[in-house]
Design a protein around this ligand. Sequence first.
Ligand SMILES: Cc1cc2nc3c(=O)[nH]c(=O)nc-3n(C[C@H](O)[C@H](O)[C@H](O)COP(=O)(O)O)c2cc1C
Ligand SMILES: Nc1ncnc2c1ncn2[C@@H]1O[C@H](COP(=O)(O)OP(=O)(O)OP(=O)(O)O)[C@@H](O)[C@H]1O
Length: 150
Amino acid sequence: MTRVVAQGTFDLLHPGHVHYLEDAATYGDELHAIVARRPNVTHKPAPVLCARQRRDMVDALDAVDEAHLGDPEDVFVPIERLDPDVIVLGFDQHHDEADIAAALDAREIDCRVERASGREPNYEDELLSSGDIVDRILRERGDESDATPS
Ligand SMILES: Cc1cc2nc3c(=O)[nH]c(=O)nc-3n(C[C@H](O)[C@H](O)[C@H](O)COP(=O)(O)O)c2cc1C
Ligand SMILES: Nc1ncnc2c1ncn2[C@@H]1O[C@H](COP(=O)(O)OP(=O)(O)OP(=O)(O)O)[C@@H](O)[C@H]1O
């Protein structure tokens, strides 16, 4: 059995997330997804949904065998527990493959690091970004909070 790990914030699921997880699943027999905790999402606005809801939605996807809440402090704790054969990074994730490989070596975890493919929109207006979905909501519904119901 080849065990694969994917990870991300997975806020407001969209087809880009599904593509990433389906692609990651092709690297082995069993896919585990780790869902980032809010304090560790520092490179973009904090997620809208709580970690447990994000985990439950990822867990419901066919490609995923099991989704896990990430560790709030040490991101290698779930990796040590899961002991994967492959970590598949998202196509645009800021993590450096060599840095992760070095951290795995230091902990004596025998695991290779790969990078998933990206995916373009299949049709005009398909949103493949949680940030874009939030922007759309704010643009199209943002005024409604000002409207006082009569
Ligand atoms: C191998 C690996 C394991 C990770 N494990 C965790 C974790 O246990 N807890 C966590 O909060 N973040 C973890 N992260 C970090 C986040 O998933 C990631 O940095 C990020 O915030 C999600 O970025 P994205 O949604 O923009 O792809 C891990 C990252 C990597 C590369
Ligand atoms: N269009 C896409 N094609 C392939 N993978 C994607 C796509 N969009 C997101 N992903 C992958 O899904 C994983 C989790 O994505 P993340 O939670 O950062 O969502 P996001 O929508 O890219 O976020 P944001 O728009 O807020 O930056 C990342 O590894 C990312 O590479």
